[in-house]
Design a protein around this ligand. Structure first.
Ligand SMILES: *Cc1c(COP(=O)(O)O)cnc(C)c1O
Length: 495
C-alpha cells in the first residue's frame, strides 16, 4: 500500500511550522486566560498541511478489511453483510437527532420501532417479552443473569449462587456469571462435542441458579439433549439460560422458548447485521418467559389503549429493580436496533425462515469440501459454523496460525483461530447465509491451495503474509509490551 510513502503515523509526517487550517479573527477582544490555567509549553501536536492529513487517513482507511472488501468467515463472530438500506435508515435525521429525554409525544416513531422489534424478537424466539436495553452480548448475559438472581431472591431462595457453564462455552459466559457474583461450575462435553448429560447430573442441586447453554454450541453443533437437560435443571429449581449470540441458524427452524429456555439474549449485531468489527457497536436484547417479565430492566416501551406508544416505568416498590441500575442508560444502542429492525423488515416473515437453512447449507458445503485436507475432529452435520483442528497432514509443521496468515495473501479475512479451546489448532469457519456459491468455491479453492503449499513449499506458508501492508507481527510482544503512545523526538532529546 502506498501509505508507506506518507509514513505510518501522522506524527512522523509533521513538519514544524506547517499549518493546515486558519482560525477566524478573534471577535471577542483580548481576553487572556489566567496564568495558572495556561500551559507552560506548547502541546506536542503534529503539524501538517491539509492534503497530507487527508491522504494519510484515506490511505489508512483503505487498509481496513471488512465484509464489503471480501469474504470474512470469522466463526462465532458472524460477520454478515450489513445492507446499505440499514445505513440509510440509521442515518435518517428524524432518528439521529432524537434526544433520549424528549417527551413521548414527540418521538412516537422511534418508540414504535422499539415496540415492534420487541414483538418481532418474541415471535422469533417464543419468549414473552424482551428488553432492548443491553448494549452487547456480554451485557445481555449479565442482564439475564441479574434477572435470574432477582427471581430466586424474590422467592427467598438465597442458596442459589452457582451457574453451570459447558466447557465449550464462549468466554463471556463464565465472565458474566463472575461479574454477577455467581459461582461457575463447568460441565464437560462428550467426544461428540455436546453437553454430557451424565456429567451434568451430579452437579445439580438446590444451589444451582441457572445453566447457560449456547445452541448451536461453539462447535456449530445442535445440542440435541436440550429437552432432557432443561427437565433436569428445572427439576432442581434452576433456570435455563440461552446464549443466542448467533441465532441465525435457528431462524425459521426452532425457537429457544419452545425448547424450555427461560431467559436468553440475542446479539442483534451478529444475527441481524450491523458492522461490529473492532469491538462495536452492539446490542444484546434479553428475552424472558412470562412469569419473569417483572424482573426485566425498566423502563420499557408499551402500546397504550389509544394506539400510541409510551415509555413505561411501572415499578411500584423498587424491590425487583436490581437489574435496572446496572444496565446502560436509556434504551440501549438505538442505531443498532434500527438496523436490526430494518433487516427483519426487508427480509419479511417468509424470507427470514431461509436464514437458518442457508447459513447451515453454506457451512456444511465448505466443511465437506475441505475435510479431506483439514482435520475434522467431529464428524457431524453442523449448523452455521464448524471447527477444523488444523491441517490433516500433521507432518508439515504448518500451524493454524500459518494457514490464517496465508489466507490474507489471497485476499480473505482469516477464520477465528485457537477458539474454541477444545482443540489445539482450532480453525472456526462461518460463511453466513449471505455468500454466493462462487464466493464460497473461491474460498474452498484457496484453502486447498494452502494445504498443498503446506506440503510442497511450507516456508511460504510459515512466513506469510507476504502481500499485506504489514507482514507477520510478534503478537506475544504486542500483547505483553504494547506501545500505545507516541513519543515525539523533541521530547526524547529532553530526557
Ligand atoms: C459474540 C458472542 C458473545 C459475546 O457477545 P459480545 O457482543 O461480543 O459481548 C457471547 N456468546 C457467544 C456464543 C458469542 O458468539
Amino acid at each position: 500500500m502506498n501509505n508507506r510513502l506518507y509514513g505510518n503515523l501522522i506524527f512522523e509526517l509533521s513538519h514544524p511550522g506547517t499549518c493546515g487550517y486558519s482560525l477566524p479573527a478573534n471577535r471577542f477582544g483580548n481576553y487572556n486566560l489566567p496564568e495558572e490555567m495556561r500551559r507552560a509549553t506548547d502541546a506536542e501536536l503534529p503539524e501538517c498541511d491539509e492534503m497530507t492529513v487527508v491522504r494519510h487517513y484515506t490511505n489508512h482507511s483503505a487498509n481496513n478489511f471488512g465484509v464489503n472488501n471480501g469474504f470474512y468467515p470469522l466463526g462465532s463472530c458472524t460477520m454478515k453483510y450489513n445492507p446499505v438500506i440499514n445505513e440509510e435508515v440509521a442515518a435518517m435525521p428524524q432518528f439521529q437527532n432524537l434526544h433520549p429525554l424528549q417527551p413521548n409525544s414527540t418521538c412516537q416513531g422511534a418508540l414504535e420501532v422499539y415496540y415492534n422489534l420487541q414483538k418481532s424478537l418474541c415471535e422469533l424466539t417464543g419468549l414473552a417479552e424482551f428488553t432492548l436495553n443491553p448494549c452487547a452480548g456480554a451485557h445481555g448475559e449479565l442482564t439475564g443473569l441479574m434477572v435470574i438472581r432477582s427471581y430466586h431472591q424474590s422467592r427467598g431462595d438465597h442458596k442459589r449462587v452457582k451457574v453451570i457453564v459447558p466447557d465449550s462455552a464462549h468466554g463471556t459466559n463464565p465472565a458474566s456469571a463472575a461479574v454477577c457474583g455467581l459461582e461457575i461450575v463447568e460441565v464437560k462435553s462428550t467426544a461428540n462435542g455436546l453437553v454430557d448429560v451424565e456429567s451434568l447430573k451430579p452437579l445439580l442441586g438446590d444451589d444451582i441458579a441457572a445453566m447457560m447453554m449456547t445452541n448451536p454450541n461453539t462447535l456449530g453443533l445442535f445440542e440435541s439433549e436440550i429437552p432432557e437437560i432443561a427437565k433436569l435443571v428445572h427439576e432442581c429449581g434452576g433456570l435455563m439460560y440461552y446464549d443466542g449470540a448467533n441465532l441465525n441458524p435457528m431462524l425459521g427452524v426452532s425457537r429457544p422458548g419452545d425448547m424450555g429456555f427461560d431467559v436468553m439474549h440475542i446479539n442483534l449485531h451478529k444475527t441481524f447485521s450491523t458492522p461490529h468489527g473492532g469491538g462495536g457497536p452492539g446490542s444484546g436484547p434479553v428475552g424472558v418467559r412470562a412469569d419473569l417479565v417483572d424482573f426485566l430492566p425498566k423502563p420499557k416501551v408499551e402500546k397504550l389503549a389509544d394506539g400510541t406508544f409510551a415509555l413505561v416505568n411501572d415499578l411500584q416498590s423498587g424491590e425487583y429493580d436490581v437489574t435496572r441500575n446496572h444496565i446502560g442508560a436509556y434504551l440501549g444502542n438505538f442505531a443498532v436496533i434500527l438496523r436490526a429492525y430494518t433487516y427483519i423488515l426487508t427480509l419479511g416473515a417468509e424470507n427470514i425462515k431461509m436464514v437458518g437453512p442457508l447459513a447451515t447449507l453454506n457451512a456444511n458445503y465448505i466443511k465437506e469440501m475441505l475435510k479431506d485436507v483439514y482435520e475434522l475432529p467431529i464428524e457431524s452435520v453442523c449448523k452455521h459454523e464448524f471447527v477444523f483442528d488444523g491441517l490433516k497432514d500433521k507432518s508439515t509443521e504448518v500451524s493454524t496460525m500459518d494457514v490464517a496468515k496465508r489466507l490474507l495473501d489471497y485476499g480473505y479475512h482469516a477464520p477465528t483461530i485457537y477458539f474454541p479451546l477444545l482443540f489445539h489448532q482450532s480453525l472456526m469457519i462461518e460463511p453466513t447465509e449471505n455468500e454466493s456459491k462462487q464466493t464460497i468455491d473461491g474460498f474452498i479453492g484457496v484453502m486447498r491451495k494452502i494445504a498443498e503449499e503446506a506440503a510442497t513449499t511450507p516456508e511460504v506458508v510459515k512466513t506469510a503474509p507476504h502481500n499485506a501492508p504489514i507482514t507477520r507481527v510478534d503478537d506475544v510482544r504486542a500483547a505483553m509490551h504494547p506501545v500505545i503512545t507516541y513519543r515525539m523526538l523533541a521530547n526524547d532529546t529532553q530526557e
